[in-house]
Design a protein around this ligand. Structure first.
Ligand code: NAP
Ligand code: GDD
Length: 336
């Protein structure tokens, strides 16, 4: 059987890098969309770009979710079997400062992709399956636990954009019979997590405090609760959704939710430190509206996709902080 081909938006992000590794391991040809930046933005996939054994199966293309033509051309050129839309302005706090941009890139861009797929298929391309990176943020203030039946009550421009994208995917599925699936993923983290998300901010700071490189960590609301899983487990769920016989929507979560305070305690305890001595708070890091309590129920994914997470919050926190300890020590040695 001929190997499949996948097009990934957001390949330079946390999830894009893990998904590319997963698909390359399954012998896919992988095409990644990279937007033009004034500095290098490929650090999470440089090991794939530099791997000569992948040269005929791993390809990077310039494109932008704000630019419909670039997306259409990319679909024409790469002829994918599967498209994973992971690209987004993905920071909830930033979405309050840049609502219009966030809605464009995180919400409207999904229409650009769905229309490009519809048009390609009308003009005789092979069938293309589409994955949309939906978010537990869409549940917002809905009472936990949240599953596929829970009503969306979004609390940020980012969440509103994701809700819009979610319903467009459902709409294209129903109107045109596209194989389009929504993953409703709860927070997932890793050593590759962006540095302004709270878990990474904490593990990096704790490692630096342990090494004597930093004295304080300043955060926002410590009482919010999140259902945190490992990104490597979650990209496996994305792939399974596109191998399923029918396109559908799935919640992906661990089923355990803890507060930022609890996460601080797990991380600092691991380093034999008392977090309360080092952490302070500043309203600067609060949001105009907060999502207080996310806890996912992934029963449907377990039963229909056979998916379950391999990591829990404790093994994830340990993985992240051990990584940051080594990384920060290496940087300090290189700088001295
Ligand atoms: P991430 O690390 O922030 O990566 C976002 C990606 O989107 C980056 O590759 C970024 O490129 C790209 N991007 C941003 N604007 C773009 C544009 N205009 N055109 C093309 N690409 C653009 O996010 P992530 O954590 O991997 O999350 C992946 C997806 O899942 C996102 O859609 C996110 O909203 C969603 N999601 C994430 C979580 C989570 O907990 N991680 C949970 C639910 C849903 P640059 O490298 O150039 O910035
Ligand atoms: N980022 C950040 N920085 N968050 C903080 C801080 C801080 O200094 N202090 C407290 N928090 C709180 C936030 O108020 C929020 O309640 C929680 O920590 C988690 O914040 P983030 O790590 O920024 O993640 P998020 O839950 O807002 O959004 C992430 O998960 C969503 C899925 O639920 C992102 O990855 C989204 O893209 C994703 O959709």
């Amino acid at each position: 059987m001929q190997a499949k081909s996948a097009l990934i938006t957001g390949i330079t992000g946390q999830d894009g890098s893990y998904l590319a590794e997963l698909l390359l391991g399954k012998n896919y040809a992988v095409h990644g969309v990279v937007r033009r930046a004034s500095g290098p933005n490929t650090s999470r996939i440089d090991h794939l770009i530099g791997d000569e054994s992948l040269a005929d199966r791993f390809h990077i293309h310039h494109g932008d979710l704000a630019d419909a033509n670039s997306l259409r051309h990319l679909i024409d050129r790469t002829q994918p079997d599967e498209i994973y839309n992971l690209g987004a302005q993905s920071h909830v706090r930033v979405s309050f400062d840049q609502p219009e941009y966030t809605v464009d890139v995180t919400g409207t861009a999904v229409i650009r992709l769905l229309e490009a797929i519809r048009s390609a298929m009308e003009h005789g391309s092979k069938p293309i399956r589409f994955y949309q990176a939906g978010s537990s943020e869409m549940f917002g203030s809905a009472k936990p636990p949240q599953n596929e039946q829970t009503r969306f009550e979004p609390r940020s421009p980012y969440a509103c954009a994701k809700v819009y994208a979610h319903y467009q995917v459902v709409n294209y599925r129903e109107s045109y019979g596209l194989f389009a699936a929504n993953g409703i993923l709860f927070n997932h983290e890793s050593p590759r997590r962006g540095e302004t998300f709270v878990t990474k901010k904490i593990t990096k700071a704790a490692a630096r405090i342990k090494l004597g490189l930093q004295e304080k960590l300043t955060l926002g609301n410590l009482d919010a609760r999140r259902d945190w899983g490992f990104a490597g487990d979650y990209v496996e769920a994305m792939w399974r959704m596109l191998q399923h016989e029918e396109p559908d929507d799935f919640v992906i979560a661990t089923g355990e939710s803890i507060s930022i305070r609890d996460f601080l305690s797990i991380v600092f305890d691991h380093l034999d430190l008392d977090w309360e001595r080092y952490v302070d708070t500043d309203p600067r890091f609060y949001r105009p509206a907060e999502v207080d309590y996310l806890l996912g129920d992934a029963t449907k994914a377990r039963d229909s996709l056979g998916w379950q997470p391999q990591h829990d919050i404790r093994s994830l926190a340990k993985m992240m902080v051990e990584h940051d300890l080594k990384h920060e020590a290496r940087l300090a040695r290189a700088g001295s």
